[in-house]
Unconditional design. Structure first.
Lengths: 143, 415
């Protein structure tokens, strides 16, 4: 956790205090090899405060590798760019679609020919929730 | 300069992030057991329905599709609150969480002109990242920052900077609306012809002290622009039941974290009892030590099986979650607890025979219960309110939305 953020570099001029009664200067030789285990959260979640998990229902995005029951990692902090897979609300329901923004306006495209493209009327603002940054698919069977 | 950030209609705003059908509609969130309105949308307020209106009086209008209600979803509100505090910790030099939806911040800027820009940027970030609209007020003291925040909330950009002489603002503000004066003193103040905040500020120290003692004098000093509220010590204010401290030396063990949080829980619970309140749950948190301040923030939300003021019940509920704050090899700067869902016992419901007892007797009761359990085995003696069957008692929350940030089986679904 502590290592994952590169904060502004600070002047290291202050005195370093050593806690406990152990004499400083002779750390365990093993200490420098100690590393935390790999953490999927670190891999999948860049900004925990802005990240939400949502569940996929249905097959409107199968062509993009998003299946019924998959778990999506959604980052609200990212602004959508044309071609991104996004979560948005349409008529009160949340949907996952590919966001397109070009001379023809804004639309939400499914990745399945059985579903219609959702077009926004000119002047209508997209009720954007966040950008999908990962899709987690579990295989059937025992786990 | 000190900033006060608070979420607008916080509970309703949290509901709206995950239920877009509630946007633009008159919505209220209900207290424990769906008792009365505790958070209202602007549309709901515009209908003139006051805070605290009992739900049963409004059921007909709900059935007619005119009003919308949700039960208190503390799991969700606690999580959204943690996210906001975490962003504030990234953006400010220091943060003091004051209640579930309010925090004081110490901005990293000193140039007057920068506060407004900083505030607007911060507000936009919280709105985009978490989805909650906030009001932000900056002023030289906490008491003035509270006032600035109330003004900011009503402005289109949500930010107000109290730079110049605030005499005009204070003359228009009834004295009972000043933070720290609240419900206690208005009648006494009116008797000495202190009606507005400006009159309190400009009154003679002796007069102020004779009415409200040193506490009120401190409030008056704060109105004069002199900082008197330091640290998290708002003992007179029942809106904030919280406790946090920095470690003298960064803590490195799970035991140190657990012990400190247990101690703060006991302190905050004592304050709850002093004010005759019960808490529905709490956020516990730990801040990672960083040499330059502003370390990462790890938090957990705990919702109690039933609203309580009993320290041991809280500790039992918190125990499992405390472990989650600890990451091996991490140094911690600070830990703390903030209670939420505060209510007077018996206002909305009567669940437990012992609720009617004074707290001193109740604590003796719990001491006796603990002693019996220690002797005859855990859980041999327990409150029937905990339920005789599954041993879990739940608040009535008929209109509870999903808990999409804390439960895997209640995630938001997308088609």
């Amino acid at each position: 956790m502590a290592a994952k953020k590169n904060r502004e570099v600070c002047a290291v001029s202050r005195t370093v205090k050593v806690s406990g009664s152990v004499v400083a200067g002779f750390p365990s030789p093993a200490e420098q090899y100690l590393e935390p285990p790999l953490d999927l959260n670190e891999f999948l979640v860049k900004r925990p405060s802005a990240t939400f998990f949502v569940r996929v229902q249905g097959d409107s995005m199968v062509g993009a590798g998003i299946n019924d029951g998959d778990l999506l990692v959604v980052d609200r902090s990212l602004r959508p760019a044309s071609g991104d897979v996004v979560i948005a609300s349409v008529d009160g329901d949340f949907t996952v679609k590919t966001y397109r923004h070009d001379k023809d306006g804004v639309r939400l495209e499914p990745a399945n020919p059985n579903y219609p493209v959702i077009r926004l009327n000119p002047g209508q603002e997209l009720d954007y929730f966040g950008k999908v940054t990962a899709c987690i698919h579990r295989f059937a069977g025992k786990r | 300069m000190i900033g006060l950030v608070d979420g607008n209609n916080f509970f309703v705003s949290c509901e709206r992030v995950f239920d877009r059908r509630l946007v633009g509609r008159p919505v209220a969130v209900l207290s424990n057991n769906d008792g009365c309105c505790v958070s209202r949308s602007n549309e709901f307020k515009a209908l003139g329905i006051p805070m605290g209106t009992p739900y049963f009086q409004l059921k007909d209008r709900e059935a007619a599709g005119e009003l919308f209600f949700r039960s208190s979803n503390y799991e969700l509100y606690g999580d959204m609150s943690r996210r906001i505090i975490s962003i504030l910790r990234d953006e400010a030099v220091d943060v003091e969480q004051y209640s579930i939806d309010e925090a004081f911040i110490f901005p990293p800027t000193t140039a007057a002109a920068d506060y407004a820009i900083y505030g607007r940027r911060l507000r936009a970030k919280i709105l985009r990242w978490v989805g909650i609209p906030c009001g932000i007020g900056f002023a030289p003291t906490k008491t003035l920052a509270k006032i600035a925040n109330h003004i900011g909330k009503k402005l289109p950009d949500g930010v107000f900077l109290m730079l110049d002489d605030p005499t005009e603002i204070l003359s228009a503000l009834p004295v009972q609306e000043v933070w720290g004066v609240g419900r206690r003193l208005p009648a006494k103040l009116h008797a000495v012809r202190i009606i507005t905040a400006q009159q309190l500020r400009d009154a003679a120290d002796d007069t102020i002290r004779s009415v409200g003692g040193v506490t009120l004098l401190r409030t008056a000093m704060e109105l004069r622009g002199i900082q008197c509220h330091e640290g998290l010590d708002y003992d007179a204010d029942p809106d904030s039941i919280s406790c946090s401290r920095s470690f003298g030396e960064p803590a490195t063990t799970a035991e140190a974290l657990a012990e400190s949080i247990a101690a703060y829980t006991a302190q905050a619970a004592a304050k709850l009892r002093r004010h005759g309140l019960l808490a529905s749950g709490c956020n516990i948190y730990a801040q990672v030590f960083a040499p330059c301040g502003g370390g990462d923030f790890i938090g957990r939300t705990v919702v109690f099986p039933a609203p309580t003021d009993a320290t041991n019940e809280m500790l039992r509920a918190i125990r499992e979650e405390v472990g989650a704050l600890y990451v091996s090899g991490t140094r911690y700067r600070k830990t703390g607890i903030v209670f939420f869902g505060l209510e007077k016992p018996g206002t909305a419901h009567q669940t437990d025979l012992f609720d009617a007892m004074p707290s001193s007797e109740k604590s003796r009761l719990y001491a006796a219960v603990d002693a019996l359990n220690a002797r005859y085995g855990k859980g041999k003696v327990f409150s029937a309110a905990q339920g005789l069957g599954a041993r879990s008692w739940h608040m009535k929350r008929r209109k509870l939305s999903r808990r999409p940030t804390t439960r895997w089986d209640e995630l938001m679904t997308v088609r």
